[in-house]
Design a protein. Structure first.
Length: 81
């Protein structure tokens, strides 16, 4: 496993762990947790194709991935307003 893939796997695991803790959970009006994983993985893969985001900045990668998820209709619980 390449270092980039390893970093993405750790980031995904951390994000999934954090989102399962209640108020910070990702929600979607019509999709399931399995859909979340598929959408998140697609967003993260698309983000990692951007040369500007391949420099290893977790903050920038996470922010871009969150923006992608929100475009797909996902919201962070508590931020619905």
């Amino acid at each position: 496993m390449s270092m980039r893939m390893w970093g993405a796997a750790v980031l995904l695991g951390s994000l999934l762990e954090l989102t399962a803790c209640g108020p910070g959970a990702w929600i979607h009006p019509t999709k399931t947790e399995d859909d979340f994983a598929a959408d998140y993985n697609k967003c993260n893969a698309d983000v990692m194709k951007d040369p500007k985001l391949q420099q290893g900045s977790t903050y920038l990668t996470t922010t871009a991935t969150e923006r992608c998820m929100k475009k797909k209709g996902w919201m962070i619980k508590g931020e619905e307003n």
